[in-house]
Design a protein around this ligand. Structure first.
Ligand code: PEP
Ligand code: MG
Length: 866
């Protein structure tokens, strides 16, 4: 039968799957010659068998043999002291192959009994320490193995302190702790879960509890959310205890081999003298920075420096390690790759590659591409931040401080005084664009990650938190309410669009840094990228910014945003109201000139690169003021408002998202189609005549049928006759268009997947309302992630793959792109990296798309040239 218990010295070369992460790390450290207390590991295989059959024949014999070996290595007998020799005590911990909160954590001091306590007191000459160790064991074992609530033990401790008039634990003497231990024992006895006063029974109970904790509801939920297989099982690490609380020459600490916040190389961490690890966690005493050791324990500091160096050389990554010093001797208890900020991740990856510790390719793979946009923006200084008073969805990264403003006009007022404003709205509509543009941050009560506010904020590069459902906004009264707290116009707010947190008042921010390092990393990544990366940009400024971030063109220019500008909206409204062909022609003529100038500027900003212009998409009523406002104005005798009101009522739709918009509107109001396309073609012609190199492409939204495409193409061809042809494409954003891709493909030059609408329609969930419940779906583990943020590969991805493959088969020259918000999300980009020609992302997320596409190339192996 396969061995199921391994000493560290036997575990070298065994897999992480078998040993679990913790066991693997310890075995590696031991192999690297680092000082690790003796330990053995019960394998994940044993756990799997136990969970299958409820027993593992022969396991306890193996465990006994393992313990005998530990006794030999430690020179102490398990659970029993002998004369001046203290008993061997162990820690028992779970350790799954992947880091996984939710399972049983740790039992310390295991093996102690009433006799053991006496022996420990004798051997150390420190009865207080002995009883303290015992009562800690009882509480931990009582909680994690016997299932009592931690608060019960804490309550009993507080009660005893109160009886003794002690302010802190430290004021309790050995007799007090002895009394506490007996109370714990009696309590556990009385509740029918007696504490086993036999070391072997304790050990068996703890190991079985670790096995069973794999099935905890919390652990299961975590696995479901993160897609961790159910059948991995957990290993159990049984390790000889070392004590950091044996006096001033003992202690415990944590170290990072580089600064996890900035990435700066150098030992970083904290140390607590005369304490056990949990004291640090409990925060009872404040640890001191490791630096201080230089002063009073230079030898130890030097040793830690060497340990850090060796850990990094061995693990080839920044490590986060735990250590204990027992009477001057250093022991390492754990190491793992350290968590780090995005900024630190980039710096560590680049510097490690430059130090020759890892390859450049590894450096590229190590950085989380989704974190890049946040790197270029400030964030809230978490060390100085109070508790957030509101939380929403992190829609556009970066932090902002400003005065609450509930209307466009309020934002403009602050702006005119040179003051920063935060636009606070129930949700945003295209009418809010000026406010959104001028605000330093955007906060909405409703909406998901692809709501108008989120999409526009990302495009503008303005930090935003959306869907903060706990907030109620009353724009007319100039206030918002959050759990009874009132925010008035002008009150200072701070929001962090990277975390979704909102604070009252001005919270200090930390500036972004590390652009040079990021550039270097991207320069290493680029050769591995096959997928093209374009940007979603509606303004010349966006286009210029996107180009600076490395965009290779525009994949989506939403023309409606141009309609909302102040000088245009009256003409858009006349267009909507037009009752005669002449009136319509006049409005179109005006708009034509505006659009042409806009297109010229955008084409110029992207000179030499493709610019895909999408013809008008939203329903017309979006360009009219809200009905209530029109009704009020009409009542006051405003005739124009009266006409608009009648028109708005006629245009009103129950479900405008699925209504008279996109290609439907363009085909039935062909004047708009012609005006827009002509403006684009003429803009390009004028630029070309001036010696530039414009590359326009035109695209129609929301088609569901080949006939629609055919008709649209025919309209376009009329103009191509005069101006010469440009690439003509369609969005694939309704499920039916995806299903009929083979019929649509021969009619166009390109497809651009609109995964926002495709997701909305495939799931049947409104992207504007999803913020109300999707986050909860994710929390509850019903969905592994939010599909409006990251592409759902199984469903929407299947539609996309099918349409891409069938489309290309029907038209081998077909170009394929993606322009939904997923185009700037790393996981989604990796999914389409081999499927499409390009992805298109909002300007800041161009960086994410570039890195993710390169990572996909590296993961695949051989990069092919584009
Ligand atoms: C889409 O639907 O994915 C898309 C890009 O268009 P919009 O977000 O403007 O609907
Ligand atoms: Mg769409």
């Amino acid at each position: 039968m396969a061995k199921r218990v391994y000493l560290l010295s036997e575990a070298r070369g065994l897999s992480r799957d078998l040993l679990g992460g913790k066991g693997f790390g310890l075995a590696e450290m031991a192999a690297a010659g680092l000082p690790v207390p003796p330990a053995f590991i019960v394998t994940t295989e044993a756990c799997r068998q136990y969970l299958r059959t409820g027993e593992v024949p022969g396991l306890w014999e193996e465990v006994r043999a393992g313990m005998a070996a530990l006794e030999g290595l430690a020179g102490k007998p398990f659970g029993r002291g002998e004369g001046k020799t203290p008993p061997l005590l162990v820690s028992v911990r779970s350790g799954a192959p992947v880091s996984m909160p939710g399972m049983m954590d740790t039992v310390l001091n295991l093996g102690l009994t009433l006799e053991g306590v006496e022996a420990l007191a004798r051997a150390t000459g420190n009865p207080r320490f002995a009883w303290d160790s015992f009562r800690r064991l009882l509480a931990m074992y009582g909680e994690v193995v016997l299932g009592e609530r931690a608060e019960v033990f804490e309550g009993m401790l507080s009660a005893l302190k109160a009886e003794r008039g002690a302010g802190t634990d430290a004021e309790l003497g050995p007799e007090d702790l002895e009394e506490l231990a007996y109370r714990y024992l009696r309590h556990l006895e009385a509740r029918g879960t007696p504490f086993p006063l036999d070391p072997w029974a304790q050990l068996q109970g703890a190991i079985e509890a670790v096995f069973k904790s794999w099935q905890n509801p919390r652990a299961r939920t975590y696995r479901r959310i993160y897609g961790i297989p159910e059948d991995l099982g957990t290993a159990v690490v049984v390790q000889a205890m070392v004590f950091g609380n044996l006096g001033e020459d003992s202690g415990t600490g944590v170290g990072f081999t580089r600064n996890p916040a900035t990435g700066e190389k150098g030992l970083y961490g904290e140390y607590l003298r005369n304490a056990q690890g949990e004291d640090v966690v409990a925060g009872v005493r404040t640890p001191e920075p490791l630096e201080r050791l230089k002063g009073y324990a230079p030898g130890l500091y030097e040793e830690l420096l060497q340990v850090a160096e060796r850990l990094e050389r061995h693990f080839r990554d920044m490590q986060d390690f735990e250590f204990t010093v027992e009477r001057g001797r250093l022991y390492l208890l754990q190491t793992r790759s350290g968590k780090r900020t995005a900024q630190a991740a980039v710096r560590i990856a680049v510097e490690m590659a430059e130090e020759g510790l890892i390859s450049r390719e590894e450096a590229v793979m190590r950085v989380e591409a989704n974190a890049l946009p946040g790197l270029l923006r400030p964030s809230v200084d978490r060390d100085k931040a109070p508790k957030p008073f509101l939380k929403g969805l992190p829609a556009s990264p970066g932090a902002a401080v400003g005065h609450a403003a509930f209307t466009n006009e309020a934002v403009e007022r602050f702006h005119a005084q040179g003051l920063p404003a935060i636009l606070v709205r129930p949700e945003t509509t295209p009418e809010d664009i000026t406010g959104m543009y001028l605000a330093k941050g955007i906060l909405t009560a409703r909406g998901g990650l692809t709501s108008h506010a989120a999409v526009v904020a990302r495009g503008l590069g303005v930090p935003a938190v959306v869907g903060a459902e706990a907030m109620r906004v009353f724009p007319d009264e100039g206030k918002a309410l959050v759990d009874g707290v009132e925010v008035r116009e002008g009150d200072l707010l701070t929001l962090d669009g990277g975390t979704g947190e909102v604070y009252l008042g001005a919270v200090p921010l930390v500036e972004a840094a590390g652009e040079a390092l990021l550039e270097k990393l991207l320069s290493w990544a680029e050769p591995h990228r096959r997928l093209g990366v374009r940007a979603n940009a509606d303004t010349p400024e966006d286009a210029r910014r996107a180009r600076a971030f490395g965009a290779e063109g525009i994949g989506l220019c939403r023309t409606e945003h141009m309609f909302f500008q102040e000088d245009r909206i009256p003409w858009v409204r006349r267009l909507i109201l037009a009752e005669t062909p002449e009136e319509e022609a006049e409005a179109l003529e005006r708009l034509f000139h505006f659009q042409k100038e806009d297109f010229k500027e955008i084409l110029l900003a992207m000179d030499g690169l493709p610019v895909t212009v999408r013809l008008l998409d939203p329903p017309l009523h979006e360009f009219l003021p809200p009905l209530e406002e029109l009704a009020r104005r009409a009542e006051e005798g405003d005739e124009e408002a009266g006409r608009l009101l009648r028109r708005a009522e006629a245009l009103k739709e129950v479900n405008p998202m699925l209504g008279f918009r996109g290609v439907r509107l363009l085909l039935l109001r062909p004047g708009i189609f012609r005006m827009q396309l002509k403006a684009l073609l003429e803009a390009a012609r004028e630029l070309k005549e001036a010696g530039h190199d414009p590359r326009p492409e035109v695209m129609v939204p929301l088609v569901a049928d080949p006939k629609e495409v055919e008709r649209a193409r025919a309209l376009a061809e009329e103009l191509f006759l005069e101006y010469g042809p440009i690439p003509f494409g369609t969005m694939i954003e309704t499920p039916r268009a995806a299903l009929l891709a083979a019929e649509i493909a021969p009619l166009v030059d390109f497809f651009s997947f609109g995964t926002n609408d495709l997701t909305q329609m495939a799931f049947g969930l409104s992207r504007d309302d999803a913020g109300k419940f999707l986050p909860r779906y994710v929390e509850e583990g019903l969905f592994p992630f939010d599909p409006t943020e990251r592409l759902d590969e199984k469903g929407v991805g299947r539609l996309l793959r099918m349409a891409a493959e069938e489309g290309r088969k029907a038209n081998p020259r077909l170009k394929l792109g993606l322009c939904g918000e997923h185009g700037g999300e790393a996981g989604s980009v990796r999914f389409v990296a081999d499927l499409l020609d390009y992805t298109s992302a909002s300007p800041f997320r161009v960086l994410t798309a570039r890195l993710a596409a390169a990572q996909a190339g590296l993961a695949r192996g051989t990069p092919e040239p584009a």
